[in-house]
Ligand binder design. Sequence first.
Ligand code: NDP
Length: 297
Amino acid sequence: MTAQIIDGKAFAATLREKIAIHVAHLKRQYGITPGLAVVLVGEDPASQVYVRSKGKQTLEAGMNSYEHKLPADTTEAELLALIGQLNADPKVHGILVQLPLPGHLDEALVINAIDSTKDVDGFHISNAGLLATGQKGMVPCTPLGCLILLREFCGSLSGLNAVVIGRSNIVGKPMAQLLLRDSCTVTVVHSRTRNLQEIVRGADVVVAAVGRPLFVQGEWIKPGATVIDVGINRIEQSDGTTRLVGDVDFDSAKEVAGAITPVPGGVGPMTIACLLANTLTACCRMHSLPEPDGLTA
Ligand code: NDP
């Protein structure tokens, strides 16, 4: 048996087209252009690449993109003052502070200073609480992208056994909350879990967010299960070059799973598409306009 490969890149492109159509409608009908402000502190090369890519895709969707690049020695007071300005700016519907921040800045303090209705990363404490209590808020982009893919490829998730590997605030925990919301029976496993492989073997849906290259082996997967690989790991090859791999050993897992996301080209492209989706959702909510279907949990 060879798994269906879930083409996250193609699906994200379709999602971005849908978003662009709705943005064009907002402009035409109401004269409103959704705006996303991205704040980058310092010069971390990976963060610079992400921010460039986010800015480009924001503009391609027809939204306004506001980039704020601050030096690495920016003080907490200066950063909070900028966030205050963006919170008050009616042209800005979404605010994203690129993480990680330099060590002298308190990430939780900074994220919680963002107006929670503009918190398109979904990391604000209010949004975490709203998600945990099943209420409407902003949902973190990566788990939202995984959920949208799962709904697309599994149909109803109700009653399925789902195992989430990893319990981070950014991926594992919100992923588990979303699966629970869709009526899965959810187990979260982590570095202290006993019999992890056995637990994974009972799962109809596996979401791997571990940060360990090729961690999940094909022999752990229940035949026909859907496997979503969130991991992004760079490994060195024998010829000295590097390649990107996920947290799942794709080659062995695809022989057992029913459907599986590749790395790259699986969850990664969905994350930025969901950032645009969240910006559009925030804009619609701010103006009390109907939200487009299928863009949130
Ligand atoms: P974290 O390091 O914050 O969390 C990793 C989790 O995996 C922890 O809960 C940890 O358990 C668990 N873990 C680590 N080792 C083991 C083990 N041996 N057995 C079982 N569980 C283990 O990572 P993130 O959640 O931020 O990210 C996970 C992966 O997803 C990374 O590869 C990251 O690069 C990628 N990522 C991809 C995104 C995308 O857009 N595709 C976006 C965000 C992340 P414990 O809590 O006990 O330490």
